[in-house]
Design a protein around this ligand. Sequence first.
Ligand SMILES: *Cc1c(COP(=O)(O)O)cnc(C)c1O
Length: 387
Amino acid sequence: MNRVSVPTDPQGRIPENAAGGLLQIDLDALASNWRALREQAAGSETAAVVKADAYGTGIEQAVPALQRAGCGTFFVAHLSEAIRARAAAPGAAIYVLNGLLAGTGPTYADHDLRPVLGSSEEIEEWAGFCRAQGRRFKAAVHVDTGMNRLGLTVREGLVLKDRPELKDFEPALLMSHFVSAEESDNPLNRRQIEAFQAIRQTLPGLPASLANSSGIFLAAKPHFDLVRPGYALYGGNPTPDRDNPMRPVVGLEARIVQLRWIEPDETVGYNGRWTALERRRVATISVGYADGYPRSASNRGNSGETVLAGMALVAGHPCPFAGNVSMDLIAVDVTEVAGRVKRGDTVTLIGGTLTVDEVGRRAGTIGYEILTGLGSRYTRTYRGGEG
Ligand SMILES: *Cc1c(COP(=O)(O)O)cnc(C)c1O
C-alpha cells in the first residue's frame, strides 16, 4: 500500500509549520568550500565524496552544485548511492568505495560507474566481467596502508603490476586512505605516505589518490593526482588543531512548542535525570533523537551545573539542555533569556558557535556523525547552488 503523502509547500517540502525542525543547506558555501579545497590542492584534481546522501545534505542537490563548481569526479559508498549520483551528474566519473559485490557488474556497466576494487577476489571478478563483455571497463584499485579494513595489502600492492587481470580492465586510479590525517603530527601519516609512494612507483602513469579532507592540509602535501575531500566540503573542520578554514554549510533550527516554570527540586524529562536546584524556565523544542540529534547530548547534570552536553542558541544566547534528549523533544534551560522567548520562536541547534564539530563534541561523538544523521523529518531549505 502506498503511504499517504503529506501536503507539501510550493517548493515540494514539508511545510515549515508541519515540521519540528528547519534544516538549511547552503549550496553556495558548499561550492565555495570545494573551490577552496581545490586551491589548497592546486595542481591535483579535486574530487568530492558524496556518500551517505552527501553527508546528510542531499545527493540530488549537492552533486549538481558541486558539478557546476567544476567537480568532475565523485565517490560514494554504495552502488545505490552511485546510481543516484549518476542521475544527478551525467558525464562525471563516479567511484563506489565499498567495492564490488558479486554479480553487480552489469549494474556498474549500465550506469557507467567504477568500482573501487579492494581485494584479489574483486579484481578477478571485475576482470572476468570485462572479458565476458569484451570491454575494458574502468576501476580504481584500493591498497590498504594502515586502516586494515578494505584494500589489497601493501605486499599485494607492490606486485599488482604483474597481475594478468590488468590487461582485462582499465585501472583508472590507485588509492589508499589515511587512518588519522586530522592528527597532523601522527607518525602514521608519514608511514602511509611512504608505503603509498612505493606502490605508486611500480605503476607509472596510473593516477594516484591518498588525501581525504584532513590529508589535503598535511604539511607533506600528499595530494598526488587527485584528492578526495568529504567532511570539509560540508563545513567540518579538517584541521582540528587550528581554526576552521571552511564555511558552514548546514544550519538547524527547532521550534519552541512550550515554555514552563520548573519549581525547585522538580525534575525534567525521562528518568528525571536533571533537577531544578532553583526555579528555572524550561523551553521544550520539537527535535529529538528520531531526527538524528544524538541522545548522548543529554544533560544529566542539574540546573546551573556545567557538564559537557548539548546546547541551543536561544535569542542568540547559549542555553544548556535539561535532562535526557527524548525521541521527538528536547528540553532547554532558557532561564537566562526567560524574558525574551515565547512559544513558536525558533532556537538554533546547529549554527553560529554551535558548529557541527562543536555539536559532535558536546554529544561525545564527531561532527561526521552529526551531519550523516540529519533526519528526514526536517523541512529542508536549500540556498544558492546556481553556480
Ligand atoms: C569517506 C572517505 C573519504 C572522505 O573523507 P573525509 O574525512 O570526510 O574528507 C575519502 N576517502 C575514502 C576512502 C573515504 O571512505
